[in-house]
Design a protein around this ligand. Structure first.
Ligand SMILES: [Zn+2]
Length: 99
């Protein structure tokens, strides 16, 4: 049986150690493959979107039920923004849990 050697190995983007292309983390430097936003990025996106849209709405009109609605819209916008911006396959420095 032939084994596909060459195409199955990729270099670690951080330390260049050879990795299997199905690997989720690098044993050498602890880098981890992430799909989608990390929790902190999701939360900061939601807070940022909420603050931004709430501020914008307060500039246009005084505080009212609309302000609350805009704040909720901002949270959703931030949530989707984080998924669009960070919704790719990324390698990040590991937090040490594989060491
Ligand atoms: Zn590595």
């Amino acid at each position: 049986m032939m084994q596909p050697h060459t195409s199955a190995v990729i270099p670690c983007p951080l330390c260049r150690a050879p990795l299997r292309n199905t690997a989720d983390f690098c044993e050498k430097c602890g880098a981890e493959r992430h799909f989608g936003p990390r929790r902190i990025e999701l939360i900061s996106g939601m807070i940022g979107g909420c603050a931004l849209i709430t501020t914008a709405s307060l500039l246009l009109r005084p505080f009212s039920l609309w302000t609350v609605l805009f704040a909720l819209v901002g949270i959703f916008v931030g949530f989707f923004y984080a998924h669009v911006r960070f919704g790719v396959d990324r390698w990040l420095k590991g937090e040490g849990k594989h060491k």
